[in-house]
Write a protein that binds this ligand. Sequence first.
Ligand SMILES: Cc1cc2nc3c(=O)[nH]c(=O)nc-3n(C[C@H](O)[C@H](O)[C@H](O)COP(=O)(O)OP(=O)(O)OC[C@H]3O[C@@H](n4cnc5c(N)ncnc54)[C@H](O)[C@@H]3O)c2cc1C
Length: 470
Amino acid sequence: MASIALKSFVGLRQTSPENPHFAIQGKPIINIQPHHHQRRQRLHIVAGKFSPKVTGRNLRVAVIGGGPAGGAAAETLAKGGIETFLIERKLDNCKPCGGAIPLCMVGEFDLPLDIIDRRVTKMKMISPSNVAVDIGQTLKPHEYIGMVRREVLDSYLRDRAKENGATVINGLFLKMDSPKDGTTPYVLHYNEYDGKVGGTGEKRTLEVDAVIGADGANSRVAKSIDAGDYDYAIAFQERIRIPDDKMVYYENLAEMYVGDDVSPDFYGWVFPKCDHVAVGTGTVTHKGDIKKFQLATRNRAKDKILGGKIIRVEAHPIPEHPRPRRLMGRVALVGDAAGYVTKCSGEGIYFAAKSGRMCAEAIVEGSENGKRLIDEGDLRKYLEKWDKTYWPTYKVLDVLQKVFYRSNPAREAFVEMCGDEYVQKMTFDSYLYKRVAPGNPWEDLKLAVNTIGSLVRANALRREMEKISV
Ligand SMILES: Cc1cc2nc3c(=O)[nH]c(=O)nc-3n(C[C@H](O)[C@H](O)[C@H](O)COP(=O)(O)OP(=O)(O)OC[C@H]3O[C@@H](n4cnc5c(N)ncnc54)[C@H](O)[C@@H]3O)c2cc1C
């Protein structure tokens, strides 16, 4: 089971191979010229469909939330000729987050290297009994995991959306009035803070033709469309400034700790940032004990962070699975608002930005660069493409979490397995590029045997531990 899961995990699907020609159900074929993710280059639709034309203006879309999902969505919309409004309640928001991003995100989203604090090329996976396995030895010289501070990444993406024509509003979205038919606008209610410090802001309304909910795990847009709830983990993190000589150790190295002490169902981490480390952990099942798990994570790393000063304490929910409903009418959810975080790794930044972009592309395509109204069918194309591309990834990581994070013996087996070069290569390739890593049948067979061996040893170990605790 585990080896099958791992094999599927390492064989993640290729992300969104863009097909420039496709047919809309019952409608003519349109031709989209790919934008190659370059700034200011536009996505042009050159043949038509038959939804009502927008006259005297272009299609108006509001993006609620200016995290990676919202920033990426607003940029794509603005580039595609849509009149775009990005509403963010806090323009200097520091989203609680480990800030680890895969290499492919740097290229796909054209991120400048100076917004990446650290390039991690070494990762230590540390077992419940403190056996440390070095992973990352298979990385090529140019490969790394990027470490960002979210206040830097998010504001960069928002600024870029603005440069491309989006109107950025510093405001708190409150609610929306739904239209009575398919052509009348949504009326958004929000408090505008622009230019003011403190206070509750000015009450405002905005009329738009469509809405993208990119307002994170506690999404008000999701509530507005009655999207339903999801299970969530609570994740806790401390930013700790450590002495320079200690920082040298973490220069290009990150640590992951597993064990009942740091989390019953997740992992603890130490991720390096510009002048500090981010130390954190998470749990779905024992949320009330999160501070105890955090203390244990800090204790496990204590020699390496000795003399450190906590400069920020932060916590936030992480969705566990997609919401029951992700779109209604001309409103769609993306990123955490939709529930796009992978289990096992807790990764959500790339998936947020990617879903924001994918949803915006569906709107640009469906509206023919803002010239026509869109309908639910246009937004559904984004969901179909998303599910086709990423559903297997989410499922496999779910299985892996169940197999390997269920007990300390299983975690020991997991860490042992991570010592295998083939596992490392396949895992890193899948994480860094979100694409199929070509396998080697002989190595796959060895991996299957080794995985079973590790789990058998783990069970034997568990029996020994049970005897001790009797
Ligand atoms: C402690 C922790 C560690 C994590 N570590 C990692 C990691 O290392 N790597 C990784 O890939 N993922 C990580 N994640 C997950 C990642 O943070 C999320 O998946 C990601 O932030 C989702 O992006 P988003 O744009 O969908 O939502 P968010 O980043 O939550 O952005 C939502 C935005 O909407 C704004 N907003 C909310 N409500 C309103 C409103 N009513 N009006 C206006 N604006 C509003 C917020 O201010 C915010 O800017 C971590 C999460 C946590 C909690």
